[in-house]
Write a protein that binds this ligand. Structure first.
Ligand code: GLU
Length: 329
């Protein structure tokens, strides 16, 4: 099933964008490698055959194929948006005192802090994401959660909800994340009640989205922080460069360097099997396919993004922002 909005305004050199997505979907749907995440018991119940690809342009056109309405929890991809909210709440300088911007080369759930500064390395690994979420302002847990949900509403263009089964499943098994929070409390990197910070982090990870939403959220970042479908600003323009920089260097777990080298655009993946990628001033990409490789990235998602980058010339240092996607004057 494919949907297309106003293909006439968009032209791809050699092939319409929707056909590119359809071809990639048929090519990779038979790829059977990887395994769905099971360390959060609820996530193990997902159907591994689900597969969707969606592109949204900064002028609000939508191209999508496959199961793009299938709901799933956003997981690690939430870290990007929470980082933006923490930056808005405290400013760049303060956030940098609590969370660094260095890639770790380690797994997303490593229990490590920067030896010298005692900060978590970056906001895309779990330790950094928990520290980031603990910075979100609000008078009590409910107000903080409401601010997170309101932020996701601006990015997606609709109200969002927490999947309480996934939340409780992670809260009752997330001992590594709890250990990280205790370590950061020890070094004064988290101020507030750590159980409250962890609850908010687990809830933000359990926010329900679909592949279409991922592409709209990515397109919002591509469009300087304005949702291209609703026209509403989701995040202060001044923090787009901070957000995209950490996505570029740290967004794809310990595959981030190879991703930057081969795909060449800021992206973030999650253990749900989602990946979203941002081509600044052009498009947002969402891919969903639950089976993961050993680093935790969606197997089909990585293949699709590598192919899209090559076919559409999306690598930032190859095409310098002039990809084969051209809006008509
Ligand atoms: N909630 C998950 C965790 O903290 C997110 C992990 C991910 O998607 O990388 O383990």
């Amino acid at each position: 099933m494919a949907k297309q909005a106003n293909l006439g305004d968009l032209e791809i050199v050699s092939s319409p964008l929707l056909s590119v997505l359809q071809d990639l979907h048929s090519k990779y749907k038979s790829l059977q490698e990887g395994a769905v995440a099971n360390y959060i018991p609820e996530l193990a119940k997902v159907n591994p055959d689900l597969f969707s690809i969606c592109i949204v342009t900064v002028d609000g056109q939508v191209y999508e194929v496959g199961d793009y309405q299938q709901l799933f929890t956003i997981q690690s991809m939430s870290k990007v948006f929470a980082y933006g909210l923490a930056l808005e709440d405290h400013g760049r300088d303060y956030v940098l005192t609590r969370v660094g911007v260095e890639p770790t080369g380690e797994a997303f759930n490593s229990i490590i802090l920067d030896e010298r500064s005692k900060r978590p390395y970056n906001p895309m690994v779990n330790a950094g994401a928990i520290a980031t979420t603990s910075l979100i302002k609000g008078d009590g847990a409910t107000e903080r959660l409401n601010r997170v949900l309101e932020m996701f509403r601006r990015y997606t263009g609709h109200d969002v909800f927490v999947d309480m089964s996934v939340f409780t499943s992670e809260r009752s098994t997330g001992h590594r994340n709890r250990a990280m929070a205790h370590l950061m409390l020890n070094f004064g990197m988290i101020d507030q009640n750590i159980e409250e910070a962890l609850d908010l982090y687990f809830k933000q990870c359990a926010v329900i989205v679909n592949c279409h939403d991922l592409a709209v959220m990515a397109a919002t970042l591509a469009n300087k922080g304005i949702n291209p479908i609703t026209g509403e600003r989701a995040v202060d323009h001044q923090y787009i460069k901070d957000i995209l920089s950490v996505m570029y260097t740290c967004g794809m777990y310990n595959f981030a360097g190879e991703w930057a080298y081969t795909v060449g655009i800021p992206a973030k993946s999650g253990v749900c099997g989602g990946i979203f990628a941002v081509v600044p001033n052009q498009i947002g990409i969402g891919v969903f396919s639950p089976p993961l490789d050993v680093r935790g990235n969606s197997v089909r998602g990585v293949e699709v993004c590598q192919a899209l980058s090559q076919q559409l010339c999306l690598h930032l240092f190859e095409c310098g922002g002039s990809s084969k996607i051209k809006s008509e004057e």
